[in-house]
Design a protein around this ligand. Structure first.
Ligand code: SF4
Length: 252
């Protein structure tokens, strides 16, 4: 076995089991454990842009700028009663420079991942490794932003396939990018466009909606528990369950 290996960044040779002493700012460190080359979280973050963390969720998530939402942008501009016109990811802490920078970094990483098969594979492995390292039973896609293309959905599906021990939830308004068949551990929830909107009579995906008051909360909806439990999901996993056909969130 080779006693040395090139660091994960491909910059320097280091001895297996030791740390890089090149003192480069990249801080990528490679070492070998159980015959496998290991990489730091910093290395994975350089490929994926890093996971995001919100206090309300029981897990990390992945988000890109809401400004790239294709349907969302149209709705926000044309429908004042749309959920997108009241998007929480267009203000509040999402407006802070550090959050905007992180969102933009992830979008660049995602765009790079869609450019070639090799880049896509590298991204999928790095995302799957990051999600596994987070050690949670669930993962959320897009607390901000939405699907960009069918190829984007295929990348998410590949990450789900690579993490069968985790349940994934993807809320979306981009129905056209969602195929008929996708991994069992992924719940794709179609977000109804209008606040207090009526669900379509027929739909192929579980749904999510927003109610403006208790009077407009639909009797057939599962009401989001967060307002009653410190704005946190805690043990609730309704959004991740395909068996919950409609989740309704309070407008805030
Ligand atoms: S319905 Fe449950 S899982 Fe979904 S956001 Fe609300 S508390 Fe969290």
């Amino acid at each position: 076995m080779d006693a040395s290996l090139t660091c994960a960044a491909g910059l320097v040779k280091i001895a297996a089991g030791t740390r890089c002493t090149a003192r480069r700012s990249c801080c990528f460190i490679a070492w070998r454990r159980g015959g496998r080359d290991m990489v730091t979280q910093a290395y994975l973050d350089a490929i994926t842009g890093g996971l995001s963390r919100t206090s309300a969720m029981p897990c990390p998530s992945y988000s890109i700028p809401a400004g790239y939402c294709q349907t969302g942008r149209r709705l926000a501009a044309s429908a004042p009663n749309s959920a997108c016109a009241h998007c929480y990811a267009c203000g509040g802490r999402y407006g802070f420079a550090n959050v905007q920078n992180a969102l933009g970094r992830r979008y660049q990483c995602l765009t790079a991942a869609l450019e070639s098969t090799a880049a896509r594979d590298r991204y999928v492995v790095a995302m799957a490794d990051s999600i596994t390292r987070a050690g949670r039973d669930v993962f959320r896609w897009h607390d901000s932003g939405d699907l960009q293309s069918a190829a984007h959905f295929a990348v998410i599906a590949a990450v789900c396939d690579a993490t069968p021990h985790v349940r994934h939830w993807l809320p979306t308004r981009e129905l056209a990018y969602v195929p008929r068949v996708y991994p069992d551990n992924l719940t794709v929830r179609y977000s109804l466009p209008v606040i207090d909107g009526r669900p379509p009579a027929r739909h192929r995906l579980p749904l999510a909606t927003i109610h403006s008051s208790q009077d407009t909360l639909r009797p057939d909806a599962f009401e989001c528990r967060k307002p009653y439990q410190g704005n946190a999901c805690k043990a609730c996993r309704a959004c991740w369950s395909r068996d919950v056909p409609l989740v309704s969130y309070a407008l805030h």
